[in-house]
Ligand binder design. Structure first.
Ligand SMILES: [Zn+2]
Length: 485
């Protein structure tokens, strides 16, 4: 590769020999003479590897440009830094902190802060998250910044979270706030490269990666190949480890068998049943066809495929039984002579970050009542309040007493000024005579009859489940709940 261009930037590569540098300079001068466009050497940088200081100084003088050293930033990405070290991510953390500080956070309500934490830390380091595996420590630091900001704004010192962070991170239809987990997002973004790898054969980046890492023609990055440290190695390993999330990810990544030219029989995930190497570990050890593509594991008789399995030695009775099992699976699958191997995510020929999140979240329990808090009928701060109330996590006097902030004699309800009633969530929002009379008035105005519910959650459920023939009336009815709450 001799050069790369992006927008108004040009990168020129050459071997560290004086004659090469000299001819490049001549080339620039010729270009200048012909086009009238000249290179601004003062703004250009020279990076050299593997040469002594004297040589570097001489070349620098010849080109009259500044000298740059690794690591440096190019298009916002640090080049040459070891991104497995938490220290290399400090600038990202600083940026997130600074961005949140720059807002008048103390004046933002929680609804607004929620929007901020979702947008800022999730979008700022995205450049980095697309390319590098975020170290666990950095992910934890970002989460700490998000948590602190959500619950206490920019106030210094300790903060009091009202809801577990695991729930806050979850999708709204699962009862969470959809803040998301930065580590999950990171894997989703890195996996995108697997997708590109399998689909963008003619792209320059793929050619470069293939040649550096000595990758074969497979649809997914091979586990073999050259282990040169760098972003690609981390991307390759993103799901090739035994972490729970990686294992879950592998359940959804599948290769669809075409002619079998780009799928490895034992190692690749091309069967619903799983990866053959893991299903038949004993046979895998004995196979003479490790790392062999499917197309070379049999032959076509007309359009019919015959599997051929080869072993290192004669198989025992027990092993033959396993081969029978394997054959039963293989009978249901065969390459198609003019087919093309392809990649599937969750049975679809398309990979998106959203599809990734949906797949890995599948099977988690969700709270159908709480997710109704986000019907976009009220400003975010009201929705947030309702969400807390439905979870029973409002800081009422009773709650503050449990947290040992208030004394037992300070718990009276401020609305009905009754000292015998404790200000807890259900009393304050439903059972207190003053609150209840408001609910009744609204219901009456809209021509509905309501009965005293057991608690606030039931009240909300009952209110929201009313059937309305008129869609606008339904909206008004639902909004009324938010207005009162
Ligand atoms: Zn009361």
């Amino acid at each position: 590769m001799s050069h790369l261009q992006f927008a108004d930037d040009t990168l020129v590569f050459c071997e560290a020999e004086e004659q090469y540098v000299r001819s490049i300079k001549e080339l620039f001068l010729t270009f200048q003479a012909f086009s009238g466009l000249c290179v601004n050497y003062k703004k250009s940088g020279l990076l050299m590897l593997g040469k002594d200081e004297g040589w570097i100084l001489r070349i620098k003088r010849m080109l009259e440009c500044t000298r740059i050293q690794l690591p440096f930033n190019y298009l916002g990405i640090p080049l040459g830094a070891n991104m497995r070290k938490a220290a290399s991510w400090q600038s990202v953390l600083d940026k997130v902190q600074k961005r949140l500080k720059s807002w008048k956070c103390s004046s933002l309500f929680r609804g607004g802060r929620l929007t901020m934490i979702k947008s800022v830390p999730n979008s700022l380091p995205i450049y980095y998250l697309c390319l590098f595996k975020v170290p666990r420590k950095v992910a934890d630091d970002i989460i700490r910044i998000q948590r602190k900001f959500l619950w206490s704004g920019d106030k210094e010192g300790k903060f009091m979270p009202l809801v577990r962070w695991e729930l806050v991170m979850k999708q709204k239809n699962e009862g969470g706030l959809e803040v998301g987990d930065i580590a999950v997002k990171n894997i989703a973004l890195l996996l995108k490269w697997w997708w590109k790898y399998g689909t963008e054969d003619d792209q320059l980046w793929k050619k470069v990666v293939k040649s550096i890492y000595q990758e074969d023609n497979g649809l997914i990055p091979s586990k073999l190949g050259y282990k040169c440290p760098g972003p690609w190695l981390a991307i390759k390993n993103v799901v090739n480890n035994q972490q729970p999330l990686s294992m879950k990810t592998m359940q959804y990544l599948r290769l669809e068998l075409g002619n079998g030219e780009r799928i490895k029989f034992w190692e690749d995930p091309w069967l619903q049943e799983g990866i053959l190497k893991n299903l038949f570990p004993q046979l895998y050890v004995l196979s003479r066809q490790q790392n062999t593509i499917i197309a070379r594991m049999g032959w076509f008789e007309g359009r019919r495929w015959n599997w051929v399995l080869a072993w290192r030695r004669e198989l025992s009775q027990e092993e033959l039984k396993q081969v029978d099992e394997l054959n039963t699976i293989l009978q249901q699958h065969q390459p198609v002579i003019d087919g093309k191997d392809s990649m599937l995510w969750d049975a679809k020929k398309n990979y998106t970050i959203k599809a990734f999140q949906q797949a890995v979240n599948r099977g988690s329990v969700y709270d159908s009542v709480i997710c109704k808090a986000w019907m976009k009928l009220a400003p975010p701060k009201v929705e947030f309040f309702l969400w807390l109330a439905l979870l029973g996590k409002l800081n009422t006097k009773e709650m503050l007493w449990k947290k040992e902030i208030l004394q037992a004699n300070q718990l009276g309800c401020p609305l009905c000024s009754s000292q015998s009633e404790t200000e807890n969530l259900d009393h304050l929002l439903v059972h207190c005579p003053i609150s209840w009379s408001i609910w009744c008035t609204i219901a009456e105005d809209l021509g509905q009859v309501i009965t005293v519910p057991m608690n606030f959650r039931n009240h909300f459920q009952e209110w929201m489940s009313r059937q309305w023939r008129n869609i606008i009336m339904r909206k008004i009815w639902c909004s009324a709940f938010f207005a009162v709450a």
